[in-house]
Design a protein around this ligand. Structure first.
Ligand SMILES: Cc1ncc(COP(=O)(O)O)c(C=O)c1O
Length: 444
């Protein structure tokens, strides 16, 4: 019997060939660090609904879901039509458009906290702007960030991760205050110790869209109180959870309203785009006031060639209008629940140490036992991180690819409204087969 690695190499000669060329062109042969994979990543040609195909003709049930962007699956016909039509009408009109207003209203209809909004080209830009707006609004300099929470790759966002940070001036990190995730007392102490805190930013369901969760409702309520008491801006980074944790994001699901929200991915209908929205007073730090001193010296400047660009505007508006008018979240959540139950059954049945947890359509697998409620995992974050870094996880992920299932990163299934019961059941069979292969190699 071939090993998992041998099978992977045998099934994907076209990808291997392309990668051999790409390593001479891109650093490590890839255009996104998360796509780096040994011995080579896969080259995908197209996607439809919950499925995608590689250059060797292999078919995959896709849970990468466009890094979370594809709650409507690949190439949703309404979005494909809207974007195709817009391409013929112009991709950049160098002007304001009806569609940017329509898009903004679609965001507001789902997320009532968005009194004002500005569009960007990515989630990284959105979190950079949210921090800047908070500093400008409060006149303070520092931002509290939670350990491991991901807010893109700009200098400030890189603080408090396990990654090295060459190229980032130490001065940038000195404006970031890192606290352990989920610890309200640590936040309170930081706010009391330092009067220069402008904001606190977090992924509201825990780092990596809930891979490392905390007692979400109580923690969010606590943060809301503490930031209000210390006049710090509370920023929910809903780049992944937005329109996925519920149709109105984590803030609507848990009934906790941030001052600012950052968005990307689903908000942009799976095209490149992002947004910062929230309290008018704060977002209006960008607004002109007709006062030369304000307008020229104190206003927050916000250009951006592709802000609110017509293609993203029609895709984003179409996507959000569908979410508002159809049971998209209910469908994705129901399929995710079926998947989660099936995964936990498999771990039990095969007596493999492991479990699946998560909320809404974001399911995480941990190759370690836990007696959590399978919604919000209570395992210490260090233990989850260690389990996820194990060679068994690499083999499991590769095994899943051999079986025709692609997951996000090393642990996550991001489910769309196009995944069907048959897709989930086929996925569960693939999980079982992959785990059996991993066991065969003595890794679990
Ligand atoms: C929570 C969160 N914030 C920000 C970002 C950065 O977004 P982008 O990749 O569009 O720059 C991501 C990307 O995955 C994210 O998950």
């Amino acid at each position: 019997m071939p090993t998992i690695l041998e099978e992977y190499i045998a099934k994907h000669p076209g990808s291997a060939q392309r990668y051999a060329e790409a390593v001479g062109i891109f650093p490590s042969g890839v255009t996104h660090d998360n796509r780096y994979a040994e011995p080579f990543p896969l080259y995908i040609t197209h996607g439809q609904g919950p499925r995608k195909w590689d250059v060797d003709g292999n078919e995959y049930i896709d849970y990468v879901s466009g890094h979370g962007a594809l709650i409507l699956g690949h190439s949703h016909p309404a979005i494909a039509d809207a974007v195709s039509e817009q391409i013929r009408r112009g991709t950049h009109l160098g002007a304001c458009t009806d569609d940017e207003v329509r898009w903004a209203k679609a965001v507001q209809a789902l997320m009532p906290s968005i009194e004002r909004i500005r569009f960007h080209s990515s989630g990284t830009e959105a979190t950079l702007m949210a921090m800047r707006l908070a500093r400008a609004y409060t006149g303070k300099n520092k931002v509290i960030k939670l350990q491991d929470h991901f807010h893109g790759w700009h200098d400030y966002a890189m603080a408090g991760s396990d990654r090295p940070a060459p190229g980032i001036p130490a001065d940038s990190f000195e404006t970031m205050v890192i606290v352990p995730s989920g610890d309200l007392e640590a936040v309170e102490a930081a706010l009391e110790r330092d009067p220069d805190i402008a904001a606190l930013i977090l992924e509201p369901t825990g780092a990596h869209y809930g891979q490392l969760p905390f007692d979400v409702p109580n923690y969010l309520r606590g943060l809301r109180e503490l930031t209000a008491k210390h006049s710090a801006v509370l920023i929910f980074d809903e780049v992944v959870t937005g329109f996925r944790a519920s149709s109105g994001g984590a803030q609507v699901r848990y009934g906790v309203t941030p001052d600012l929200t950052t968005m990307a991915k689903i908000v942009a209908g799976a095209l490149p785009g992002g947004a910062v929205g929230g309290k008018a007073d704060i977002v209006d730090m960008i607004a002109h006031r007709g006062d030369p001193d304000w307008d020229n010296n104190r206003r927050v400047y916000h250009p951006g060639t592709f802000n609110g660009n017509p293609l993203t505007a029609v895709a984003g508006a179409t996507c959000l209008e569908i979410i508002a008018s159809q049971p998209i979240n209910q469908q994705a959540d129901a399929m995710a629940a079926r998947l989660k139950t099936g995964l936990n059954d498999i771990f039990g049945r095969m007596e493999v140490q492991g479990h699946a947890h998560g909320i809404a359509s974001m399911i995480h697998v941990v190759l370690d036992d836990c007696d959590c409620d399978r919604e919000i995992c209570t395992m210490p974050h260090g233990q989850i991180k260690r389990a996820t870094a194990s060679p068994a996880v690499t083999a499991f992920k590769r095994g899943l690819l051999n079986q025709g299932v692609d997951i996000m990163g090393r642990d996550a299934f991001l489910v769309s409204a196009t995944h069907t019961e048959a897709d989930i059941d086929q996925t569960l069979q693939a999980v079982e087969d992959s785990l059996a292969a991993v066991r065969e190699e003595g890794l679990v």
